[in-house]
Structure formats: structure tokens, C-alpha cells
Design a protein around this ligand. Structure first.
Ligand code: ANZ
Length: 796
């Protein structure tokens, strides 16, 4: 085949042929083959495929293809995460129904995805916004509701008083509404939640059993944010009330010189307030959490005049403050102030002239200029009555117990707020009776269909409330005066279980049968964007555990390994953006140089197993295209003879390297190894047909169309993609005979060919026997230095 191959013709031809032959349709099981489930996060149907989508799917496809050739029955599915804001906003902008926009986008995206040549099993394609899919999202919701894991409760939301609407966190800029600049309030509204906090410990502890990259595990742990500490009661003097604080340092209890409450604390709410106090507290409540906890921000507080708390250890009366640095929704919303050992408390105490009582002495005296103002480390207790002298870590439990407190853990993560006052999501399958009591919608009415007559524009209340059809449907089924729930589910609910559906996508009576799950779960490798490490990965692990506990999942952890990929930057090194006009259009490049070149280039651009950012280079792409042309050109110099020993060794080394590096997702070094091999073949006088075939099988996962074409040109009638992956012979990885340098007093005198394992005596006699070298060597010597395989140095 000529070097300048016609990619347009061959890529289309093979894509059609593979589809016709159903080459990538994956049966549930194949006799003698092990199942392997490889997954990439499914995309939003954005209407246009960008380079990021290519990178996300076409590069892991290399791994998938090698695994297939190694004899695994590999499932590599594709689908669309179609509910949610991106689709809804796109539809509103175009003034069309989201369902129509999704249908149109999917048609386009599917066609574009097919040009990548990925080994997808298209018969399992899913779309989370289709009633066949969201029926099961609703069914899962009902299961969680039955168990009390889905519940309705008050939740803090961002509320714009001007637009009368709930805002997502991203829509709040510096505490103001992004649209109208009004100061955003935190408002408590009835919302639906999933009780992820019940699973917080397991979500942390089970990470220990997973073979994931450490940074990803750490990100999960930090997101959950477990703090181990104690809850301790402080009585309010002259009243029957008490306030419970959460502290990670019960060992410092004797140093607690004041109590401080969040402005949201129930005790604060219950107080009779004068105007000034109300105004001050009102101001605190306007600040968002980030402002309130920002480091170095001045702490503001208000003293609650006439109110005192009792330090349960010292029995001293201490003042009580309300301050914005204490958050209402963390811990118990109340803190014991220990100015000597906590930075924030120290700043606060300095501002309000509160006593500082040192109760911990550092294990070693501080060096430098005097005692630090505030010591936050561990040490020995002092000023702590009979606990003085104990090591702080040991005193934690004892002090807590001595005042009737309890050791406990708190978590940063909050229950998952799943209700959205938006249109484009799975309707929450709940109805309310005339008294306002919630009832689950019986399974027989699922899917509880998203009505098509709602006014979808966001206006503060849930769009489903404007659907006549939904209200009529509800009354018809449940009775007069019954009302439907009008919130829809967060898109993260849809994508927290989708991997189960791929296993059993057409099942009409189960979301995913246990038999199918047994065949495939857990997912061998799950790759996705680094931005999903916390939320999506955490939510899907949570939902899997919930399903597992109900006997609906065969595994408690869905992913054997999670991998994050890097991002492709624009040619100018910046992020790709329509605004800067620097986006790379993959379709155009596919047209010019072919899908094989784009795939192989993306594999070559950088390591896939390391998160980083890699600038696109069209020159680099052209270089890869030339490499593929060289491989094509080699087909014109084949013969039936044997290769040189060097080429044979290089071939063996390349088989080893490419196999190992694909396994560890280091695709870039595989491409260099293949380039080196093809160059050596180009330089060699002849290339054996059998070595060339091996090169093609190694290339097949990277450039599946070209490899298939060249394979068939060699006379094969079956696909290269069902060939066995080449194996190497470990004994042939190095040359048997090597060139040994022979030196006299350290100066090179010549070289000889010896067996790699030759002994010093064998090498010496070969050197002496050599017709040109022998006469130059002395008859006697004082010493011989022999480095096996490299040097023979004779010192006279
Ligand atoms: C007394 C104390 C003494 C504390 C000391 C620390 C050091 P993490 O690790 O983040 O969990 N705290 C508790 N609830 C709070 C809330 N709602 N808003 C702001 N701060 C709160 O931090 C736990 C520590 O943060 C707790 O331990 C408490 O201060 C404070 F030498 O209690 B500590």
C-alpha cells in the first residue's frame, strides 16, 4: 500500500464493516473468556463533540482493544448523561423543548462518536432522560424512601429576594445574585435529601481496601472531612438550658474561657432580642460560609448580656457570645473558646479582652523569640487539676468522660440535597394528600412521566407546578385535592447508578439483574475528569453501598480502580474556549489526517495516568500521521526471509514495552516504542512478513482502521481485532552475541564479538586469537579488569 493512504475511504469502509459484523457487541459471557468492564464517564449530549471527548474515550479504547486481543470479553459502553442544567439551558436559549434538543444532539454526537472507531457496544447505549431509564432512577428513589435514606427536610439554599428564586452555588458571586446583584440570602426551604452522612464512615474506611491512586483517595477523604472529637454539655447558669459543643480538643477543656454560638443556633433564636442584637445577628446571617470562615478575616461577635455558661471542668462561669466564625451547620453550631490553643479563639479573645488560660505545655520549649501567643500542638497538660502532667492525646478520652461528654465524629459532608426547582430532570415520584402528607407513587405508575406542557423558564418555583396535565394526572389516580411533588432530581442521581444499567439496558422489570451484575461488577477501570473525583465518584459509591445493603447490588464498591485524565489545552497553551477562538475542532482534523492519526496523536500527547494539561499541536498531529504513513509504506518491502538479529531483538522488546505500558495506561511511551520499531524496519534492508504482522497487531489498538486495512492487504480474511495479542520470548530480549571493547592500559585497541555470558578467560583467549588485535596485546600483564558484556582492560 502506498504511504499516502486514503484515510477517508478506509476508515469509513472498516467502520461500516465492523458494524455490519457486530464486531464490538459484547455478549454477557463467552465460554473460556473472562469478563472485563471498562468504563469512561458518559458525556452530556452537548451537541458537538470536542477534543476532550476524543481524549476521554478514544485513548482508553486502546486499553480496551488490547484487552480484547488478550482474550477478555470486554464491555465498553457509551451513553448520555442527558438530564440536568446544561441541556436545559441550551434548550431555553434556543427556545425549544429540552427533549427535542437532546434528541437532536444525540443523533449528531452519536454520528461523530462513530468516526472515532471506538470499540463501543452500541446495542447498550443509554440516555438518562429517556422514560425507560428514569423509570429506574425513580424506582431507586422509592427504595431509598422506603429505607428512610431519602427524606424531606429543611435545607439551607441560596435565595435571591429580588428574583424570588433559588440559586445554585455557582450563581452566587461574592454573596450576590449573578443576574441582579441583589444580596443573596440563605433560606431554609423544604427539600429532598439523601442521607449520605449515614455512610460517611464506610465511604472513608472502605477506601483502604481499594487499589486507587492515593491523591484520589485523599480527595474523597477530605471531601467527607471526618473530625474525631467529643461533644460536651455546658449548662447555662440560672436556667434549665444547656449548650452542647463539638470539639476536637477535649483535652483543652480547662482552658475554655468563653462559649460561642453560631447566629443560627436554636438557643440564639429562642432569646428575647432587642433591636440592636437582632440587627447584629441579621448582619452575620447575611454573610456566606466562605466569608465567615476566611482566614485572617476579623472575627465579629456579640456578647449575650446577662447570660453565662458553666465550664463543666473548672465549674467557672464564662461569658457567652454569638459570632459569625461559628457555622450553624457544622458540629453542634457551638464552640468552647480556648484562646491559648486555637488561633481563631485567640484572635477573638484579643479583640474582646477575654482571659487566655494556658493548659498545654509544648513537649519541647519553643525556640525563637519567646513563647508563641497561641500553641496549637500536642503536649502535657497544665492548670488542669488532677489531669495536669498527662499527655494531651491520652487526656482526651478521660476528660470527656469525667464531664459526662461523649466521643464522636463529625463530617464536613452534608446530606445530599437532591431536589431541584427546575424542569429537566426525573420527577420525584411523590404525591401529597389534601393534608399535605407525602406518599410514594406506587411502582405500577412508573415511569412518572415528565409532563410536556410545563413552562420551563426558571422563575423561582418549580416549573412542573405549571403543568395542568400533571395535576390532572395526580387527581385522576389519587383523588381530588392530591398534588404532585413538583421538584425534579439532581442530575447526579441519574449518573450515580448508570453503570448498572449498561449491564442490562433493556430489562423492563429490573434496573439491573443480579445475574448480569455478577458477570461484570466491579468495574475494572473507571476513567474520568479530575473535577468529578469528589462529588460524582462519592455519590456513586454511596448509592452502590445503599443498593448493596438492600441486596440489589453484588458489590459494595463499584470501581476497582478510578483514574483521572488530564486536559487538552489549545495550541496557544490556554484552556480551549469559544471566547478566545482557540478551540480545536476534531472533525476537521479527522477529515484532513484521519481518525487513526487523531487517536494516536492523543495517545502520544502525554501520559494518561497522570493528571496534567497538554497543549494540542497540529504539527505533532502531522508527525503522527507521517509515522502511520511509514508503517503503511513498509508493506512494500516485505519478504519471507528472516530479520537481522538486532531487528528481532527490538521487536521482542517492543512487544514487551507496548503491552506493559498499555496495561499501565502510559500510551505515549507505547507510541514512541512503535515509532522506533517502524524506523528500524525502515532502515533495515528487508523486513520479514511475520515481524510486520506483529507490528500491525501492536498498532491495531491505536490505529484500528489502518491496521485492519494493512492486515487484509496481507491476505487475511478475518479482522485483526480478533487476533491474539503478541507475546514476547523473555530469552530473546537481548542480543546473544555482543561487541566487547578491548583496552590496553585503558586505551581502546579494538573490539571482538563474544557471547554475552563469556567468562574473563574466554574473552581473553578470543582477544589473543584475534588476527589484528592479538599481536597488539602484551604476553604478560599485572592486572585484568573485565566488565562482562562491556569491557576487557589489560593493564601491563
Ligand atoms: C475547642 C478547641 C480548642 C478547638 C483547641 C480546637 C483547638 P475541624 O477539625 O474542622 O472539625 N468548631 C467546632 N464546631 C464549629 C463550627 N460549627 N464552626 C466553627 N468552628 C467550629 O474543627 C473542629 C474544631 O473547630 C473544634 O475544636 C472547634 O474548636 C471548632 F485548642 O474546640 B475546637
Amino acid at each position: 500500500m502506498p504511504r499516502d493512504y486514503n484515510h477517508k475511504e478506509i476508515e469509513k469502509k472498516w467502520q461500516d464493516e465492523w458494524e455490519r459484523a457486530k464486531l464490538y457487541e459484547t455478549p454477557d459471557s463467552v465460554a473460556g473468556k473472562e469478563n472485563l468492564y471498562a468504563l469512561v464517564e458518559f458525556p452530556y449530549p452537548s451537541g458537538d463533540l470536542h477534543v476532550g471527548h476524543w481524549d476521554a474515550f478514544a485513548v482508553p479504547d486502546i486499553y480496551v482493544r488490547m484487552k480484547r486481543m488478550q482474550g477478555y470479553n470486554v464491555l465498553f459502553p457509551f451513553g448520555y448523561d442527558a438530564f440536568g442544567l446544561p441541556a436545559e439551558n441550551a434548550a431555553i436559549k434556543r427556545n425549544i423543548n429540552p427533549a427535542d434538543w437532546i434528541a437532536e444532539s444525540i443523533t449528531k454526537m452519536r454520528a461523530q462518536m462513530k468516526t472515532t472507531g471506538n470499540a463501543f457496544d452500541w446495542s447498550r447505549e443509554i440516555n438518562t432522560s429517556s422514560p425507560e431509564y428514569y423509570k429506574w432512577t425513580q424506582w431507586i428513589f422509592l427504595k431509598l424512601y422506603e429505607k428512610g435514606i431519602a427524606y424531606r427536610g429543611k435545607g439551607l439554599v441560596n435565595w435571591c429576594p429580588n428574583d424570588q428564586t433559588v440559586l445554585a452555588n455557582e450563581q452566587v458571586i461574592d454573596g450576590k445574585c449573578e443576574r441582579c446583584d441583589a444580596v443573596v440570602e440563605q433560606k431554609e426551604l423544604e427539600q429532598w435529601f439523601f442521607k449520605i452522612t449515614d455512610y460517611a464512615d464506610r465511604l472513608i474506611d472502605d477506601l483502604d481496601g481499594l487499589d486507587w491512586p492515593e491523591p484520589i483517595k485523599l480527595a474523597q477523604k477530605n471531601w467527607i472531612g471526618r473530625s474525631q472529637g467529643a461533644e460536651i454539655d455546658f449548662e447555662i447558669v440560672d436556667s434549665s438550658e444547656k449548650v452542647t459543643v463539638f470539639t476536637t480538643r477535649p483535652d483543652t477543656l480547662f482552658g475554655a474561657t468563653y462559649l460561642v454560638l453560631a447566629p443560627e443556633h436554636p438557643f440564639v433564636k429562642s432569646l428575647p432580642k432587642n433591636n440592636l442584637l437582632s440587627a447584629q445577628i441579621g448582619l452575620m446571617l447575611q454573610k456566606n460560609e466562605i466569608e465567615r470562615t476566611a482566614e485572617g478575616k476579623e472575627k465579629t461577635g456579640v456578647l449575650l448580656e446577662g447570660i453565662h455558661a458553666l465550664n463543666p471542668a473548672t465549674k467557672q462561669e464564662i461569658p457567652v457570645y454569638v459570632a459569625d466564625y461559628v457555622l450553624g451547620h457544622y458540629g453542634t453550631g457551638a464552640v468552647m473558646g480556648v484562646p491559648a490553643h486555637d488561633e481563631r479563639d485567640h484572635q477573638f479573645a484579643m479583640k474582646y479582652g477575654l482571659p487566655v488560660m494556658q493548659v498545654i505545655t509544648p513537649p519541647a520549649p519553643a525556640v525563637g523569640n519567646g513563647e508563641p501567643a497561641c500553641y496549637t500542638g500536642v503536649g502535657y497538660l497544665t492548670n488542669s487539676q488532677n489531669f495536669s502532667g498527662e499527655f494531651s492525646e491520652d487526656a482526651k478520652k478521660k476528660i470527656t468522660e469525667s464531664v459526662g461528654g461523649k466521643l464522636t465524629s463529625k463530617y464536613k459532608v452534608r446530606d445530599w440535597l437532591i431536589s431541584r426547582q427546575r424542569y429537566w430532570g426525573a420527577p420525584i415520584p411523590i404525591v401529597y394528600d389534601p393534608e399535605g402528607k407525602a406518599h410514594p407513587i406506587p411502582e405500577e405508575h412508573l415511569p412518572w412521566v415528565l409532563p410536556s406542557d410545563a413552562d420551563i423558564k426558571p422563575k423561582g418555583t418549580s416549573p412542573l407546578g405549571s403543568s395542568k396535565e400533571l395535576i390532572e394526572r395526580t387527581e385522576k389516580i389519587f383523588g381530588k385535592g392530591w398534588r404532585p411533588e413538583t421538584d425534579t432530581m439532581d442530575g447526579f442521581v441519574d449518573n450515580s447508578w448508570y453503570f448498572f444499567r449498561y449491564l442490562d439496558p433493556h430489562n423492563t422489570h429490573e434496573f439491573s439483574s443480579l445475574e448480569k451484575q455478577k458477570l461484570w461488577m466491579p468495574i475494572k477501570r473507571y476513567s474520568g475528569g479530575a473535577e468529578h473525583t469528589t462529588v460524582h465518584v462519592l455519590y456513586s459509591r454511596f448509592l452502590t453501598k445503599v443498593l448493596f445493603d438492600m441486596g440489589l447490588s453484588t458489590v459494595a464498591e463499584p470501581y476497582e480502580v478510578r483514574l483521572n485524565r488530564g486536559i487538552i489545552l489549545a495550541e496557544d497553551g490556554r484552556k480551549m474556549s469559544k471566547r478566545w477562538g482557540n478551540t480545536v475542532n476534531p472533525d476537521e482534523h479527522v477529515k484532513n489526517v484521519g481518525a487513526d492519526a487523531v487517536r494516536t496523536y492523543l495517545a502520544f500527547i502525554g501520559p494518561y495516568n497522570v493528571v496534567g494539561s497538554f497543549p494540542w499541536s497540529t504539527n505533532g498531529l502531522i508527525g503522527v500521521r507521517r509515522f502511520l504513513e511509514r508503517v503503511a509504506g513498509l508493506s512494500e518491502k516485505l519478504d519471507d526471509g528472516a530479520d537481522s538479529a538486532e531487528l528481532e531483538i527490538l521487536l521482542q522488546q517492543t512487544i514487551k514495552k507496548v503491552g506493559e505500558d498499555i496495561e499501565s495506561m502510559k500510551f505515549n511511551t507505547c507510541v514512541s516504542a512503535l515509532m522506533i520499531l517502524s524506523n528500524a524496519m525502515g532502515d533495515s534492508a528487508t523486513v520479514s512478513k511475520s515481524s510486520y504482522k506483529t507490528l500491525l497487531t501492536l498498532l491495531a489498538p491505536f490505529a484500528p482502521h489502518l491496521a485492519e486495512e494493512l492486515w487484509h492487504n496481507l491476505g487475511h480474511t478475518t479482522s485483526i481485532h480478533v487476533e491474539a495479542w503478541p507475546t514476547f520470548d523473555p530469552s530473546k530480549l537481548e542480543l546473544e552475541v555482543i561487541t566487547l571493547a578491548v583496552q590496553l592500559n585503558g586505551k581502546l585497541r579494538g573490539t571482538i564479538q563474544v557471547n554475552r555470558t563469556a567468562t574473563q578467560d574466554e574473552a581473553l583467549s578470543l582477544a589473543q586469537a584475534d588476527p589484528t588485535l592479538g599481536p597488539k596485546l602484551p604476553a604478560a600483564w599485572s592486572k585484568i579488569i573485565y566488565i562482562s558484556g562491556r569491557i576487557l582492560n589489560i593493564i601491563s
